[in-house]
Design a protein around this ligand. Structure first.
Ligand SMILES: [Ca+2]
Length: 212
């Protein structure tokens, strides 16, 4: 199963036209698989995020490979070693929350989702992907940028990149995080200005006394 579809394939106008049956086969191959083969597609999450955030997201939202797990590239099922296949199969069995999940086809966020809510709950949420926001741990912030993973999911931003987040939220997070530094800087500037003002005044007084 998967959170996404390989959109660049599905949306590529250069793709030859397919019949209904041909398209179904193509879509099954193109859609990301998550834990099970044959490929089960769960593009509802990606579609929800894009609609909600008005941003384009790809499979890298939750997968190792931005084109999803089907293929021969890094983090794709066709290239997995026997040890990685073991990890994949173990992750496929993580039906309940709280189990250790280390699937090689998922990135850290994808693994955290299944670890936090379990595969069974995740599959249930495909009917209403917005509920993943409430299901995820509210304080989890994998990239440490101050914006929780659940919020970044809703915002369509990268949960694993501290420089990628809603600009307004990042501004206020950093404002709060560095407020002491900001206050000290303001005090330093005001003190400097105050000192310079008195220095200028002192020089003026001296000059006027000399002139007198
Ligand atoms: Ca974050």
């Amino acid at each position: 199963m998967s959170l996404c579809t390989t959109r660049k394939h599905l949306l590529d106008p250069a793709e030859p036209a397919l019949g209904a049956s041909g398209f179904a086969v193509f879509a099954a191959l193109a859609c990301c698989t998550f834990f099970s083969l044959p490929a089960f597609s769960y593009p509802e999450f990606q579609e929800f995020v894009e609609k909600h955030s008005h941003k384009t997201v790809n499979c890298a939202m939750c997968h190792t490979n931005e084109n999803g797990p089907v293929g021969e590239g890094k983090g794709q099922i066709g290239s997995l070693s026997p040890d990685e296949m073991k990890r994949l199969n173990s992750a496929r069995g993580a039906l309940e929350a709280g189990q250790n999940v280390d699937s090689p086809i998922l990135n850290k966020f994808g693994n955290e989702i299944i670890k936090a809510i379990g595969k069974k709950k995740f599959v249930q949420l495909k009917g209403d992907p917005s509920k993943l926001f409430d299901a995820l741990p509210g304080k989890s912030d994998l990239d440490g940028d101050g914006i929780p993973d659940a919020q970044e999911y809703m915002d369509g931003t990268d949960t694993l990149n501290k420089f990628h987040g809603d600009p307004g939220k990042l501004f206020f997070v950093n404002l709060s995080r560095y407020k002491l530094h900001i206050v000290l800087a303001i005090i330093a500037v005001l003190s400097l200005n105050f000192g310079l003002l008195h220095l200028v005044k002192g020089i003026s007084i001296l000059q006027s006394k000399k002139g007198g």
